[in-house]
Design a protein around this ligand. Structure first.
Ligand SMILES: Cc1cc2nc3c(=O)[nH]c(=O)nc-3n(C[C@H](O)[C@H](O)[C@H](O)COP(=O)(O)OP(=O)(O)OC[C@H]3O[C@@H](n4cnc5c(N)ncnc54)[C@H](O)[C@@H]3O)c2cc1C
Length: 452
């Protein structure tokens, strides 16, 4: 496309969901895009692979999307993969108490007025409607406040609902997790009613939903994708990045070229001088048990008082998630398998022995620690260099480190890159004294298409 060629190329570094979203938005808008990825595959912290020992494909970790994750659903629409998700037809969250065997279902009604808290059948047993409204205190929480400092940890509702939701969404315990960030997460989901809380899971796997269709779409639009391309350094001029230095080659940038750096926080801090990023992490442990769950079993179950927190029924495995898993991450895999299978057996009424073949996946740097102190370290997407933007779940999206945050950052970076290219192009036109109004209008139109 003529406008795209004139407007320069955008080099997107990192093919996790942030980089993929940025590349998709740019390619759709007719921009020329090159996507670089250090690994031989895309997806970053959100991907699937074949596990030879288990003899089936597994996800690196369970990822739950909610109906209110608008950017993520928009991304899936753009890559033609929304239909690859499945889940209950409405917001239903089954819970089991691992100590007592008691079970209940939290079932928000679909509209925004939360009348479900008035129904004892839809709320946590032995809680009162007014307990739920106490959560409104989160809205006015001081930015330095933790969740446990705002909500009463002695309350049954805290232990049975707020804490499990906070740990799942922030990957940080309530004693450390930011109350303000938790409020933001609740406001975009539970606060908008049951339709925004409807749980959605990939029918086959993360890569089949979020990664492969995006790569196919990028290839179809003519974007170039380079795997095994690890960025080693950026060469900086006074105002702009001038070169990208990879392990085996370098790329000199044209004046109109842009760079979106969509690598994890620690890598970005190594590449960009003076960049401050969150520097404390929170691990997630996942266990995948090879056994064929019955199709009628619930898609997932939340566990209270066990080791597992959420158990997912997949096609060929039961998958268990333990978030904020510092206390488990050093334990040996066989010990974790035994511990976690016990919870699966309780939740899904299965025999305790034998423990099925298992794969334990420990993601030590799954996300940044969502504490008030760490949130202050989240950087803006614009940098001091005119042609360099940041994307990734760690930038200041106002959301926790999630699929939604990563994709939103990618879309926002694509919009900003298009804006900046437009400015650079206008300056070039002005300084050459030429009249390129038609071309500028064309770029403007494309910019609006790129914005989420
Ligand atoms: C186990 C687990 C469970 C999770 N569960 C959920 C969930 O239920 N719901 C949810 O919404 N979110 C969940 N998340 C969070 C979600 O996966 C992340 O927020 C999201 O995937 C981050 O995407 P990203 O693009 O910002 O970063 P990444 O996925 O880290 O992508 C960065 C990419 O950059 C590449 N790269 C690194 N260095 C270089 C270099 N020098 N040159 C080129 N490329 C480079 C990496 O290989 C990687 O592909 C979970 C995460 C984990 C680990």
């Amino acid at each position: 496309m003529r406008a795209a060629a004139s407007a320069g190329c955008v080099h997107v570094v990192g093919a996790g969901l942030a980089g993929l979203a940025a590349a998709i938005a740019l390619a759709e808008a007719g921009r020329s895009v090159i996507l670089y990825e250090a690994a031989p595959h895309a997806g970053g912290r959100c991907r699937s692979y074949f596990d030879a020992e288990l003899g089936c494909r597994i996800d690196n970790g369970n990822h739950l999307l909610l109906g209110g994750n608008q950017a993520a659903l928009d991304y899936l629409d753009r890559i033609g993969a929304r239909g690859s998700l499945e889940g209950p037809s409405e917001a239903v969250f089954p819970f089991v108490d691992a100590e007592t065997g008691g079970h209940w279902t939290v079932q928000p009604n679909s509209g925004a007025i939360p009348w479900w808290v008035l129904s004892s059948k839809r709320r946590v047993p032995q809680t009162r409607a007014r307990d739920y409204f106490a959560a409104l205190k989160l809205r006015r929480a001081d930015p330095s406040a933790t969740i446990a400092a705002v909500l009463d940890p002695r309350q049954r509702l805290f232990r049975r609902l707020w804490e499990p939701l906070a740990v799942a969404g922030l990957n940080t315990g309530a004693e450390q997790g930011s109350a303000a960030l938790f409020w933001r997460m609740l406001a975009e989901t539970l606060g908008r009613g049951g339709a925004a809380c409807r749980p959605l899971l990939p029918r086959v796997g993360l890569s089949e939903s979020f990664v492969e269709p995006a790569l196919a779409r990028l290839r179809a639009t003519g974007a170039e994708i380079r795997f095994g391309a690890r960025l080693r350094a950026l060469i900086f001029g006074p105002e702009r990045v001038s070169d990208l230095v990879f392990e085996a080659s370098s790329t000199a940038l044209d004046r109109a070229d842009g760079v979106i750096l969509a690598v994890p926080a620690a890598i970005a801090a190594r590449l960009v001088p003076g960049l401050i990023v969150p520097d404390r992490y929170s691990p997630i442990v996942n266990a995948h048990f090879r056994c064929a769950p019955s199709a009628g079993a619930p898609f997932f179950v939340g566990l209270i008082g066990g080791t597992a927190e959420w158990i997912f029924r997949k096609r060929e495995v039961f998958s268990v998630t333990v978030s904020a898993a510092d206390r488990f991450v050093e334990r040996a895999a066989p010990e974790l398998s035994d511990l976690l299978w016990r919870d699966v057996a309780v939740a899904y009424h299965l025999p305790l022995r034998p423990v099925p073949p298992a794969r334990i996946v420990k993601e030590r740097r799954a996300t940044f620690l969502a504490s008030p102190e760490q949130l202050k370290r989240r950087p803006q997407q614009k940098t001091a260099w005119r042609n360099l933007l940041l994307a990734g779940d760690y930038v200041d999206t106002g959301l926790p480190a999630t699929i939604e945050g990563a994709i939103r950052s990618g879309f926002a970076a694509a919009g900003l890159a298009t804006d900046r290219q437009l400015q650079a192009f206008s300056q070039a036109v002005a300084s050459s004294g030429g009249s390129h109004c038609a071309l500028i209008t064309e770029i403007e139109q494309e910019r609006h298409r790129a914005l989420p």
